[in-house]
Design a protein around this ligand. Sequence first.
Ligand code: ZN
Ligand code: ZN
Length: 139
Amino acid sequence: MTQQPLPDSLISYLEQRGAAHADAVTTMFSTLTDRERALIKDAAAMGYVRGRMHPEGEPHPKDSAVLVEVIDACLAFPDLYPAINAHLTVPLCTECGHTGDEHEEGDDPVTPGICAACPEDDGRHDYEPAPAVTEAPGQ
Ligand SMILES: [Zn+2]
Ligand SMILES: [Zn+2]
């Protein structure tokens, strides 16, 4: 088979698909909190860095191993990956130990809030931030 140039209709289709993907990414990103965006950015950037360092032909590590490696590598560079490092300084809920981001306020003043990270039975409470225990990096 000889290599045919792509038909114009297919090229414009592919260009539209590219734009659609960019739109989908923008839309997805806009639904996140600033901190979620920053965390994804740090993890994606470091995941890419570590992936490029992966020896060719070696088996791909499990997701759980990748997660540990990426977070560990981010923690080694607090200046370059500030969101994951800043996470250490976020006060956790004294009630359940989850971050404030996981908690939502109740619908009205008499209804307690809810923690999305808790099992259903334990999640009905307001976020009670504990005093931050660690200093921000470099302070
Ligand atoms: Zn809580
Ligand atoms: Zn919780």
